[in-house]
Write a protein that binds this ligand. Structure first.
Ligand code: FES
Length: 102
């Protein structure tokens, strides 16, 4: 089973915000939703815009490029033009460290 890798610090991500990290060659976005940290692919499946630059409303992320929406907990597409869901990652929090399992 893959190890958890530290990608971020809790103190870096305010409630309701997202940040982008590069981990093992991948772009991962981490969001803080009311103190719950969620990690998912940081690149939109439509035309590769950065999702951390989008808008977050609860668990719904809207891509700033063309308005596709995703559920960042399940990875599901909620609104087009994206059709492919996002990869999501298991998160573990230890102290201030946010770790994900790739
Ligand atoms: S790149 Fe995200 S909606 Fe087009």
């Amino acid at each position: 089973m893959p190890d958890f890798i530290t990608v971020a610090k809790k103190s870096e991500i305010e409630n309701g915000r997202m940040k982008e990290y590069r981990v093992a060659g991948r772009v991962i976005a981490v969001a803080n939703v009311d103190g719950e940290y969620l990690a998912f692919d940081g690149i939109c499946t439509h035309q590769q815009c950065s999702l951390a630059g989008g808008f977050l409303d609860g668990l719904t992320l809207t891509c700033y490029c063309h308005g596709a929406q995703f559920d960042i907990q399940k990875g599901d597409v909620l609104a087009p033009p994206a059709t492919k869901s996002l990869g999501i990652y298991e998160v573990a929090v230890e102290g201030d460290d946010i770790k994900i399992q790739l």
